[in-house]
Unconditional design. Sequence first.
Length: 276
Amino acid sequence: MAQHLAGVRVALTGPRKSKEMSLLVEKMGGIPLVRPAQGTVFLDDRNIRDGLVSWISDPPDWAVFTTGMGLDALFDMAEDMDVAGQLRNVLAESCIAARGYKTVNALKKLKLTPLVRDDDGSTDGLIREFSSHDLAGKKVMLQLHGETAPKLVRWLEEQGAVVRQVLPYRHVPPEEAELEQLLNEVIQHKLDAVAFTSGPQVRFLTEYATSQGKLEQMLTAFKEGVVPASVGKVTANAMREEGIEALVVPDEEKMGALIVELGRYFAANPVGVRED
């Protein structure tokens, strides 16, 4: 494998598949540094159960899905509650909106087709495609993934929709010491790149930087030497909302593709000599 990451220090902020990503970075000659910016992701059983009861007993006009994993979790719980058939029937009678190709694929397995889907994998793209529909007075059930989506909720409510939310998963921040180490390494330019694989990782880091009065230093570092990389468009959009413009985003939203794309970037833009 081409050594496109020779000598490049890459911080891996996701807890999932960090070993596999580290091996790929090493095979490309790079130096992987596991720096979790996100803690464990918990399946929130109670939230799912309450959400399903609400969904089936008071069917919405619109069902909005934002992640394939979240949709799968809903149906796994529905099977456990013996209401999967009822849930699918409710969805078949509802208008469906979806963000992301993984979500669309999960719906396809259920023989469900979204009426609205994003044009670029982002929340902004979903809003753009939604804009031609009249949502005044409509009941909208919104499936999220571990964190709220204030921009999307605000937009839906501004259109007159009545929004209910269900969050199948719950994200928690990592240990503060891990965020401190990552933040300091970014600010001190001890990293060449930071690979983000989810929106919560970005938000946990920026919230910590803000609490330490170092947000501007961090944003400056990302603009002047430390390469911010994103696994896909959704995470890149989350980065943009926090003031970080991803310089590397693969076409295929996979962790391996992210590392390969980083290799291409550094092959075209080699790092200089670092004085440690």
